[in-house]
Design a protein around this ligand. Sequence first.
Ligand SMILES: [Zn+2]
Length: 803
Amino acid sequence: MRSSGKFFLIIIAGALILSACSKKKSSADYPIKPVPFTSVRLTDDFWAPRIKKNATVTIPIAFSYCESTGRVRNFEIAGKLDTGRFVGIYPFDDSDVFKIIEGASYSLQTFPDPKLDAYLDTLIYKIGAAQEDDGYLYTNRTIAEMHGGKGLHEWASPNRWEMDSVLSHELYNLGHLYEAAAAHYQATGKRTLLDIALKSADLVNKDFGWDRVKVYPGHQVIEMGLVKLYRVTGERKYLDLAKFFLDIRENGSTYNQAHKKVVDQKEAVGHSVRATYMYSGMADIAAIEKDEAYLDAITRIWEDLVFRKIYITGGIGATGGNEGFAEPYFLPNMSAYCETCASIGDIFVNHRLFLLHGETKYIDILEKTLYNSALSGVSLSADRFFYPNPLESNGQHNRQAWFGCACCPSNVARFVPAIPGYIYAATDEDLYINLFISNDAEIMLGHKKVRVTQKTDFPWNGYVEISVFPEKGGKFSLKIRIPGWVLNEAIPGGLYKFDDRSDQTYKIKVNGKIIKTEIENGYLEIERKWEKGDKVEVDFPMPVRKVVADERIKADIGKVAIQRGPLIYCAEWPDNNTGNVLNLVIDKDAAMSTEYVDTLLEGTQIIRTTGWQTKKTISGTIEKLPSENISLIPYALWNNRGPGQMMVWIPYMPGNAHPLPAPTIANRSRIRASKMTRLISAINDQAEPANSNDHSISYYHWWPDRDQWEWIQYDFDKPENVSKTKVYWFDDGPEGGCRIPDEWEILYLSGNIWKPVKAKTKYTITMDGWDSVQFVPVKTSALKIKVKLNKNFSGGLFEWIVE
Ligand SMILES: [Zn+2]
């Protein structure tokens, strides 16, 4: 360890704001300083156990997957510690190892663990071995070059850096390396990974520039990483390089936000993780360089995102095809993408914008995302992860232990330990309280040290007790965030609104006396000379609220979402009647009550109300079944009891529900198929798509199989006379992997033999509509549809009807 003893002490004290440690101290940075998570010790029952599980479960299993999938071995091979070819699917696999090192470094500061510390040393040794002499680090290319270029990933260029494409991850990996290096240095004081990162960054700085290589990163993140290296070292070249990588973006694809110069961008477009990482880098530059053009651009983009493109859960990225943003107000629920990484990225963006402007609207989005779409990304057991976080499910969604593309679990691993860092912020005179979580913190307001504690049962109860213990009595302002949901604002900008006004208002007491003060920028400011032990009590009412969406969001028409405090609720299968929730309807004025159930989902507040199941009749009308009790749980806690139906937006109009199917021949049949998956239940659920690429209802597919015959069979509950059938094909071209099939035919069971029906009409194959076939009537106990998949694509179907 080459850092001085004094320096190390500063690190241990948790001085994460590295400008203070810089060789060349830079005064320009965010006007409001974050309070590092290392200064905040959580004492609550909601987040503290999750952070502990991240340390004891998520990080160890994430490292074990990095070992078992070859991600670590790639460093060993590239470093000549082993022999072989590149293992794995993606050239960005290196980044997972870096991200988990970042998470482990954060975690070590809360949970010291000599074994983990030593394991990181071993990993860093391997990473160092894999780094080429001039600083280049990218295991896929290094290993390929050992084999005469064989095995170079198709997303990499034959020469270094030349891949001018959305697919290149050469610089993306390095961005995560730099973030990990800064974290590891702060956590341990060891320069091992930092030196590797600086050697790499110096090579990038030598090779790239306006008169040298002018290729922008395919996937952003190096911008944020370089800013962190700048803060650690005080070396301006890293900051300039970060700005260079932003400024050279133009004339490219919207997919990775290179369609215009970043300062000319006005809308949130393309891949949502790339977008949020880029906007975070832009906010850093805007803060440090006081760059007005950057500031204007990021403000406009934020408004587009929050006013038109965000889900009620805080999730962003509506479509899976581009893993990103769609048109304004296009926010389907069942196919909502809402990648976990994008939620985490959006928290990075909103935190930075708060540090720039000191307005609560950014924390309103941060809190909404944190408690809903980001938290949904990981199971209560901390060992299962969502990649997309949909707002509605027919049972086809289920958290996974790991993914081929493992960006989300590794992001969870590094995000969760840092959550306490979002609670407070400070200037020399102001202490901001942004989130309400029981904790004990030590905060520097300039040179004044103040200990602050919070006691609360948030998010279950809105009463918060804040105590301050300034080292020396002194004057400063306590700025307490009054959440938008307390002020009748469901989201800044009004994309979602509460259905009715609540007259319940917050109360604030200082040392037992009620005070009244103005709210400014969303903060209630209490300025006084504070003494040790002064106590502030805040009581935020938490009535159950119904939320309605802007009517331009088609998927939410005639529906309400239920919110209490920052939490969005959902109906999930285990809590409701026969496991059906998608067919539920509630009264728009239904009374709602709440109750804390300590035996459910490790303890949670539930909401009770009444509603009806709906059902289709044979004649096609929708009937309401007798009224019954409905129970709702926090959205983030769904899918902890297995896959099944779930719904956030609950219809109050029967026509907007997915009614139970009528008892038709198809619906009463037992289904078998060449590939049995949970999705098979889609084909006789009588939900009719709007077109062949409608992701708002469930469908069945054979992906990734192609160029072969597949089949589905209905076994009738009794022999039936049938003479007509119709089918609606799934086709998610041009982006997806399914197309309408090449051929199909219908067979019936005669004795023990399958025979083709005698068709009276042609077998047509249509996009966006039904294909029906009439045939000579047969009496049979089973019908089979055979489907020949396209040569190059797979296929699937929404519905198969028999008459
Ligand atoms: Zn991800």
